[in-house]
Design a protein around this ligand. Structure first.
Ligand SMILES: [Zn+2]
Length: 178
């Protein structure tokens, strides 16, 4: 008979530090043929949380199957979350003025995303700023195309991908109210 140990929802970053060691000992005592670990490995997908999870997994017997969960997606880093580090990493900056007309734009000469300073206040919801960054990052992925005299800034592909933003409705509603 084969023995499989299944651990789930470790949530490093929000654990009792006294627990991992006896847990490793209990798993070792079972002498499993396989250790399956399902997400979430971390609480907030922070680097130090992954490092703790890595150390824990290294202490467990092998072979292992490890599958991440939704908490292992970097919630607080729109760039990593949406684009997985695929794009040339642009700089970020606030605009000089609190312009409401241009809430954000991508300055390709300086590889810089400029976000209007109207958002530079604690009451700005994270999703609204993330939406702007997402929109501008999509401009990096979908450069302006020219068809004859017409320029397609927000192409069909651009809009389809923009529609994937999780809180698009809330973000647009917030921007409407500015
Ligand atoms: Zn745009």
């Amino acid at each position: 008979m084969r023995t499989i140990v299944h651990l789930s929802d470790l949530h490093f970053g929000r654990i009792d530090p006294l627990l991992p060691e006896p847990l490793v000992e209990s798993v070792e005592a079972v002498r499993p043929d396989l250790v399956a670990v399902s997400g979430d490995l971390t609480q907030r997908a922070r680097t130090e949380e992954f490092e703790q999870a890595r150390a824990f997994l290294d202490a467990l017997p092998s072979p292992q199957i490890v599958v991440p969960g939704n908490h292992d997606v970097p919630l607080y880093n729109a760039y990593l979350r949406f684009f997985g580090g695929l794009l040339g990493r642009p700089q970020l900056t606030w605009s000089e003025q609190t312009a409401k007309r241009a809430l954000g734009h991508y300055d390709s000469a300086h590889n810089m995303i400029v976000v209007s300073r109207v958002f530079d206040r604690p009451s700005s919801p994270r999703y609204a700023i993330e939406y702007l960054l997402y929109h501008e990052m999509l401009h990096l992925r979908h450069p302006v195309r020219r068809r004859g005299l017409r320029r397609s800034v927000h192409s069909r592909e651009f809009k389809a991908e923009e529609a994937l933003f999780p809180q698009l409705k809330e973000a647009l509603a917030f921007i409407q109210r500015l």
